[in-house]
Design a protein around this ligand. Structure first.
Ligand code: HPA
Length: 264
């Protein structure tokens, strides 16, 4: 049986309004879902298997801030198996459940010394300098996706309002996708800065591309866990990433709940 049928059989036919992908250390949001039906990725054909430390690998369907949502607790990163399209089946299932909006979260390094650990940054755009793209190999004209508004302007505007209302400092920035799993060298970070990066991280961009291909509206938010390599005071490790993200996750949860409440 395909993933969509399995999900529907367990969680019911009622459409989902939005999907939310949780980044490293942000798993707490999954616990806030009410009347939750939780399904392990292992039980869903095509969904990521195994996974990275700091991620749980389960799909949680239920209520959050008055909306019906599908929370993806855990993602497959490009660096795991070198497959940029790894999240395609999961995002296709989300679309099949009726969602029109995808909210992506991650942990990221900051290239702005004034935007330090635990800051939340809304993505305004991205740079994909990797030469990788999850649509490579797809046939037909639908693969030529217009990326001028990769991140939905209305969702970004709502997030600005939510930040003001919640008293959370608002930042927007350009996210530079770096394959990982190594962190960057200081020279790589200097190069990215010249290329327009405000944030660096190892995820999200392939999912944005896949979601835009599927016609979903996208918003993405980073939890800054460290200043990028070469910045004074930069502390970089996967352990720190998870610890800092967990510390800052309350504000991330308020931002996402605010977005769901105020308008999708
Ligand atoms: N680089 C890449 N990915 C990251 C970082 C970083 O500095 N911090 C958290 N994820």
């Amino acid at each position: 049986m395909e993933a969509l049928s399995i999900i529907r059989r367990q969680a019911g036919e009622k459409p989902v309004e939005a999907g939310i992908v949780l980044g490293s250390g942000l798993g707490q949001l999954g616990d806030a879902v009410t009347e939750a039906v939780s399904i392990h990725y292992e039980a869903l054909p095509g969904f990521p298997k195994g996974g990275v430390s700091g991620h749980q690998g389960r799909l949680i369907i239920g209520g959050l801030a008055g909306r019906r949502v599908a929370v993806f607790s855990g993602r497959e990163h490009y660096y795991e198996h070198g497959n940029p399209a790894a999240m395609r089946p999961a995002l296709e299932a989300l679309q099949g459940l009726g969602a029109s909006t995808l909210i992506l979260t991650n942990a990221a390094g900051s290239l702005r010394s004034a935007v330090g650990p635990t800051s939340i940054v809304v993505h305004s755009d991205y740079v994909n300098w990797s030469g990788r793209n999850p649509l490579i190999g797809e046939a037909g004209d639908a693969r030529f996706v217009d990326m001028r508004d990769a991140y939905d302007p209305a969702l970004r505007a709502t997030l600005r309002d939510v930040a003001a209302r919640e008293g959370i400092p608002h930042h927007e920035g350009v996210y530079f996708w770096f394959s990982g799993p190594t962190f960057e060298t200081p020279a790589e970070i200097r190069a990215m800065k010249i290329l327009g990066a405000d944030l660096v991280g190892m995820s999200t961009v392939p999912e944005v591309i896949l979601a835009r291909r599927l016609g979903l509206r996208v918003a993405a938010l980073s939890m800054v866990t460290n200043l990028a390599a070469g910045f004074e005071g930069a502390e970089i490790s996967h352990h720190d990433t998870k610890a800092v993200a967990a510390k800052g996750s309350a504000a991330m949860i308020r931002m996402i709940k605010g977005l769901l409440e105020t308008g999708l």
